[in-house]
Design a binder for this molecule. Structure first.
Ligand code: NAD
Ligand code: TYD
Length: 353
């Protein structure tokens, strides 16, 4: 039987890569991309796939339970890959309600629809929930997050994702819903909305704008190229054990300030600028409230059990990413204009020309 897969949030950054990988690799699967097209959803991310016969776009809010249930019935959905979320920590600090609504209530609405429509006929069904390493909180100098690390979220974003993870497990424990969860570290790559560190800073270097470094720039993140995340999702979707959790990470920790210096070096090189030209753009700004110090993921389980590991070295991934943003300046332009720009200016109170 052909799977009918509901991918939520497929017009976002990671979702668009998941949709692309599945459509190209599995032409027999029907992919239903359900996305509300919030500020972060961009159908331009999927331009090359629009005409595929097995691709369908549905504009809908995951929180709208009755509509979601009707979609499960109408399209005979057999599998869910759930990525739709509010995903930016800084926005969650300003507006925690929308994060609770989308990330918790939206996930609950999808779970309940799957449970009701699948009606205990759970054979060949799967609810795959995509989550983040941020649910585990913040690390000191040593150690890394494993699948059994306790949940200790700090931001409204990570608290809402942690809550959604708990609901997913509760539906497995209570109703026997077939689920799997993965918790991934920071992603980077093409199509990332330019409010997250890497695309924001590439965009700002290109436009000769300030680079707002939070606090002292010593916070550490574990970076993974987005296509490697999509590959991990493919492997877990097909071979992951039901009810299990898999951590996904890049084995690739960077202090923000060191990463920023690499971005500057590579962008200056591509632009033909003298080495170090854009260092002057670095501007230390007030730290993010509750800023997690360090994330690092122990991805041994997925490596040993499912033979997945990152395919790209960081330097290679960063070069590919920067090259993509340079070649797709119109994509960036289309986003940089409009409401996002006003949000950005107000937020940092910076006077860029
Ligand atoms: P994103 O913000 O780029 O995309 C989110 C997508 O969800 C957008 O297309 C948006 O329109 C859609 N959406 C938001 N609210 C919706 C709603 N109510 N109904 C339907 N669609 C809605 O996010 P991303 O970076 O691609 O992250 C995708 C998922 O992966 C999220 O669940 C996130 O928590 C998780 N994750 C992200 C990272 C990362 O580094 N970006 C790392 C680990 C896990
Ligand atoms: P971000 O891309 O927002 O991801 P997350 O907060 O989910 O890890 O931020 C990555 C790191 O970069 C984080 O430590 C915050 C920092 N940062 C800045 O210093 N300046 C910025 O303008 C942004 C967006 C992030």
């Amino acid at each position: 039987m052909k799977p009918n897969i509901l991918v939520t949030g497929g017009a976002g950054f990671i979702g668009s890569h998941v949709v692309r990988l599945f459509l190209n690799k599995y032409p027999d699967y029907n992919i239903y991309n359900l996305d509300l097209l919030t500020y972060a959803g961009n159908l331009e991310n999927l331009k090359d796939l629009e005409n595929k016969k097995n691709y369908h776009f549905l504009k809908e809010d995951i929180c709208n339970f009755h509509k979601i249930k009707a979609i499960f019935i109408k399209y005979k959905i057999t599998h869910v890959i759930h990525l739709a979320a509010e995903s930016h920590v800084d926005r969650s600090i300003k507006d925690p309600f929308s994060f609770a609504q989308t990330n918790i209530m939206g996930t609950l609405s999808l779970l309940q629809a799957a449970k009701d429509v699948w009606a205990n006929n759970f054979k060949n069904k799967l609810f795959y929930h995509i989550s983040t390493d941020e649910v585990f909180g913040s690390l000191g100098k040593e150690g890394s997050f494993s699948e059994t690390s306790p949940y200790e979220p700090h931001s409204p974003y990570s608290a809402s994702k942690a809550s959604s993870d708990h609901f997913v497990r509760a539906f497995s424990d209570t109703y026997g819903l077939p689920i799997v969860i993965s918790n991934c570290s920071n992603n980077y790559g093409p199509y990332q909305f330019p409010e997250k560190l890497i695309p924001l800073f590439i965009n700002n270097i290109l436009k000769n704008k300030s680079l707002p470094v939070y606090g002292n720039g010593e916070n550490i993140r574990d970076w993974l190229y987005v296509e490697d995340h999509a590959r991990a999702i493919d492997v877990i979707f097909h071979n992951g054990k039901l009810s299990e959790t898999y951590n996904i990470g890049g084995f690739n920790e960077w202090k923000n300030i060191d990463l920023i210096k690499i971005l500057i070096k590579v962008v200056d090189k591509f632009l033909g600028n003298k080495a170090g030209t854009s260092v002057k753009l670095i501007t230390y700004v007030k730290d993010r409230a509750g800023h997690d110090k360090r994330y690092a993921v122990d991805a041994t389980k997925i490596k040993e059990e499912l033979s997945w590991e990152p395919s790209l070295q960081f330097e290679e991934g960063i070069e590919k990413t920067i090259q993509w943003y340079l070649e797709n300046d119109q994509w960036l332009e289309n986003i940089s204009s409009g409401a996002y720009q006003h949000y950005y200016e107000k937020k940092y109170n910076l006077n860029d020309n």
